[in-house]
Design a protein around this ligand. Structure first.
Ligand code: ATP
Length: 333
């Protein structure tokens, strides 16, 4: 059974230039203990999908259609009060991209973690919650005494780790992690990923990991969803996608990392620019940047299709993947 089931989600931002279709028909699912990696260039809609799940969109953002089910209940239909009371933090927590924004500046970091724990566990004493918060701090390589500091006393990297502590403290069923380890050194990054994975095993926690870092994806994810221009263009088993992707965009991302097992590497962008999400028009959104685009790619919008290897891909030429992969590797050498 899927914990999270997103079906044809459309989330738009109202702007003076028109509606930005940041998530434009996204379907995804996550089951207990699964880590789904959401990858793609900046602006492809990853954060929008995560924020839609817990309804944390900015004022000009709206879910215009589609469903986001958590354990069968449609979160998009719930009142904001119910989302806040029953879902956010308790069931689904989020480690935001800018961790500092996740904390209330007027309370100490520890007080916020303790409050979160006690809000979800009626019978936990303050002292117990405090010792758990300290333990989590230590697990994440932070000095436990610093739980009495205010958020502004933390550096960016420390705030990010404290945010991970907050997100994990309440043992949620799902953690949405938006670039949880960017800007951290490799040792701390590994420690965070290890803590997350220990917690996952202990509590069957599911995770949606948004990242630009392909070494993080290959180490931690069971499944991968590749986003491009507001759509999931390829999704499936992580090893299959890393070794034998079908979508030319994923191929481009993968070939930008000749050795994905090496130390942390940033995504290198593929030549060309992402599509205009105000009026993407007909045809494949990747066609202007795709080395394999044919006439139909410019005219007909590809629909998701499932292949023998289990990958679900939106590409007119995905059935020729083996040949495309060979071609791509010839071009790169
Ligand atoms: P990044 O990795 O940079 O966070 P992303 O893949 O998470 O990128 P989103 O942040 O979801 O992408 O943005 C998707 C699109 O929506 C982008 O074109 C972005 O400019 C646009 N967008 C995001 N927030 C808003 C907003 N509040 N108003 C208007 N457009 C927005």
């Amino acid at each position: 059974m899927n914990l999270i089931e997103i079906d044809n989600l459309k989330t738009y931002y109202r702007t003076e230039a028109g509606d930005v279709a940041a998530a434009d028909g996204v379907s995804l699912s996550v089951s207990p203990n699964e880590t789904l990696g959401l990858v793609g260039e900046s602006g492809s809609g990853k954060t929008t999908v995560a924020k839609s799940i817990i309804r944390l969109l900015p004022d000009n953002g709206d879910i215009v259609s589609g469903t986001v089910k958590y354990n069968g209940d449609d979160i998009t239909e719930m009142s904001m009060k119910d989302v806040q009371r029953k879902i956010r933090w308790k069931e689904i927590s989020m480690i935001p991209q800018n961790a500092m924004n996740g904390f209330d500046p007027v309370h100490t970091v520890g007080a916020q973690i303790i409050e979160a724990i006690r809000a979800h566990e009626d019978d936990t004493t303050k002292a117990n919650a405090r010792s758990r918060a300290k333990e989590l701090f230590e697990d994440l390589g932070l000095d436990a005494e610093r739980i009495d500091d205010y958020p502004h006393q933390f550096s960016g990297g420390m705030a990010q780790r404290a945010m991970v502590a907050l997100a994990l403290a309440v043992n949620p069923a799902v953690v949405l992690a938006d670039e949880p380890t960017t800007a951290l050194d490799v040792v701390i990054q590994d420690r965070i990923l290890e803590s997350i994975s220990e917690l996952q095993d202990e509590y069957d926690t599911a995770m949606i990991m948004i990242t630009h870092d392909m070494s993080v994806v290959s180490e931690t994810c069971d499944t991968i969803a590749v986003m491009y221009g507001g759509r999931v263009v390829e999704v499936g088993d992580a090893d299959t996608i890393i070794k034998n992707p079908r979508h030319p965009y994923t191929l481009g991302l993968r070939n930008a990392f000749p050795d994905i097992t090496a130390d942390s590497q940033e995504l290198i962008s593929i030549p060309g620019t992402p599509p205009n999400l105000v009026d993407p028009g007909e045809g494949c959104r990747f066609a202007p940047r795709c080395p394999f685009a044919e006439e139909r790619c410019w005219e007909e919008t590809p629909q998701p299709e499932e292949y023998d290897d289990g990958l679900v891909v939106e590409c007119h030429r995905a059935d020729e993947a083996e040949m495309l992969r060979e071609e791509a590797s010839k071009r790169d050498t």
